[in-house]
Design a protein around this ligand. Structure first.
Ligand SMILES: *Cc1c(COP(=O)(O)O)cnc(C)c1O
Length: 406
């Protein structure tokens, strides 16, 4: 399985001519997927440990998912939120079952879910300030956070490469050090409405909140009447071996953003809001045309069905043990290239001594697709149903790449 050098195809030309230049895209053109594998237009197959950036939770074209989406597409696709659909009601019920008593709002992406949380914080702040607007609206986030590319989330993402060119930003965001509770406590004042963090930071190197830190944030929120908002867009929906990553810590959030894995490849996002804050949104206060269509909800229901039927939370937990042990052994064998392992379950970061880009390319040449994260991490995001054999193969490919560069 040695892919030939990339031939410039007509698809490449179409992209060069017509598609906006906002991505540094890999040179592969992918045409087909099945399970953990994808095929390019040259007939080469790859082990896909990007899962479309933690999206294709069931791998590619899982038969139950395909059947559910095909069936729904022939029945009813989109109706807007002027009407009810059975699928949206049922999906909300299932998500409340995982998150706890509360309510769900559906949207179409992670960024949109994060924007909804930011608006929720504003409504909470207004209530806290006795109904007065613009008095209490500040949100404390983490340095190295990633909360999407829209104005609210981007303003909550203090990275020069993401904010540059788009200022002025939305006011009111300040930033503490992840896992430094005091740095968050120091930022709280009268005007603070919420604390907003990723349970495990996905884009900036796979950095988990410690249990001590997250339970400390909960305490601060209780003391100061702040909402604790968790961004589970990447780490949620089973990726860490629990349905939500915060379940490992047992902390209670006031609201959660989710998206990526939820639709198994179909665009859908959602926020869950606990009972205490769920009624802040009232008719007219927020909305989206496409949110929670019958088709999107059918896709997400199929994802939940398969996670439950195939016991994928148990699978991720069990399979990640030996996989992580084998990955950690690579750090011992190749200390000049790999310094350690981070993350949890199938949200795994291989920490390198340098730039991940050449490794991403070398792994691709040997048939493994991965995505970089931060300055020195490659992220392994296999589908939740990846077999032990495929996990073991990923380790062998990594070993071969490290050995070749030793
Ligand atoms: C991907 C991601 C987002 C943005 O989601 P999009 O669907 O790309 O808008 C927000 N937060 C986190 C933690 C993410 O990983």
């Amino acid at each position: 399985m040695t892919p030939p050098s990339i031939i410039r195809t007509s698809t490449a030309e179409l992209y060069d001519t017509y598609v906006m230049k906002n991505y540094a895209r890999s040179a592969l053109t992918l045409v087909r997927g099945q399970g953990t594998r994808v095929w390019d237009d040259q007939g080469n197959s790859y082990l896909d440990f990007t899962s479309g950036i933690a999206v294709s939770a069931l791998g590619h074209c899982h038969p139950h998912w395909v059947a559910a989406v095909q069936r729904q597409a022939g029945e009813l696709i989109h109706i807007s939120n002027l009407f009810r659909s059975p699928n949206q009601g049922e999906l909300a019920r299932r998500l409340v079952g995982y998150a706890g008593p509360g309510r769900v709002f559906f949207c179409n992406s992670g960024a949109e879910a994060d924007e909804a949380l930011i608006k929720l914080a504003r409504l909470h702040g207004m209530k806290k300030a006795g109904g007065e607007e613009a008095k209490c609206y500040k949100i404390i986030c983490a340095k190295q956070a990633f909360h999407g590319r829209m104005f609210g989330g981007m303003s909550a993402t203090p990275q020069e490469k993401i904010q540059k060119g788009f200022r002025p930003l939305v006011p009111g965001f300040s930033f503490g050090e992840l896992n430094n509770l005091q740095s968050f406590a120091d930022l709280i004042d009268e005007g603070t409405a919420a604390i907003f963090v990723e349970t495990i930071q996905g884009e900036s190197g796979v950095n988990p909140c410690t249990a001590e830190f997250l339970t400390g944030l909960r305490r601060l929120c209780d003391q100061h009447n702040l909402l604790l908002l968790l961004d589970e867009v990447q780490c949620g929906i089973g990726r860490t071996g629990k349905f939500y990553a915060f379940e490992h810590i047992g902390v209670r959030a006031d609201a959660i953003a989710m998206a990526k894995g939820l639709g198994g490849g179909f665009p859908i996002g959602a926020i869950w809001v606990g009972e205490g804050a769920a009624d802040l949104f009232q008719p007219g206060s927020h909305g989206t045309t496409f949110g929670g269509t019958p088709l999107a909800c059918a896709a997400a229901l199929a994802v939940l069905d398969v996670i439950e039927r195939e016991q994928l939370l148990v699978h991720v937990t069990q399979a990640s043990g030996p996989w992580h042990a084998a990955l950690a052994a690579l750090a011992k064998d190749y200390p000049k290239q790999m310094t350690g392992l981070r993350g949890r379950g199938f949200l795994t970061g291989v920490q390198l001594t340098g730039d991940p880009a050449p490794y991403v390319a070398a792994l691709r040449e040997r048939g493994l697709l991965v995505t970089p994260s931060g300055n020195n991490v490659i992220r392994l995001l296999p589908p939740l149903n990846t077999t032990a054999a495929d996990l073991a193969q990923s380790v062998e490919i990594l070993r071969a790449v490290f050995a070749a560069k030793a």
